[in-house]
Design a protein around this ligand. Structure first.
Ligand SMILES: [Zn+2]
Length: 98
């Protein structure tokens, strides 16, 4: 199973920081739609558990989060490279489909 990482806001709030959001065990299910077993951020915000379908919207996310915790240590240069490669494919924000 694969994890997808992207820069997104955890809350539907323009005042929120941009975070590294992780879609766990992600599987494509349709046009710009993905099923993830769990959605959370590197800094520990849990957005969804138990399986959720998200639709990716292009929101003009920046290349890097501005959440200090997401930018903190724990991200190795190799992982950061991997993240940046993923971001080239998907700069988007996940929105749960209810
Ligand atoms: Zn964060």
């Amino acid at each position: 199973m694969t994890d997808m990482r992207l820069v997104a806001k955890a809350l539907d709030d323009f005042g929120d920081d941009w975070h590294w959001v992780i879609l766990h065990d992600v599987q494509p299910v349709g046009d710009r739609q993905f099923f993830a077993s769990r959605v959370d951020t590197i800094c520990g915000i849990i957005l969804d558990e138990g399986g959720v379908t998200v639709t990716l919207h292009d929101t003009g996310a920046p290349d890097q989060p501005n959440c200090p915790k997401c930018l903190g240590e724990g991200v190795s240069p190799a992982l950061r490279e991997e993240i940046e490669a993923v971001l080239e494919a998907a700069e988007a924000v996940p929105v749960p489909v209810r």
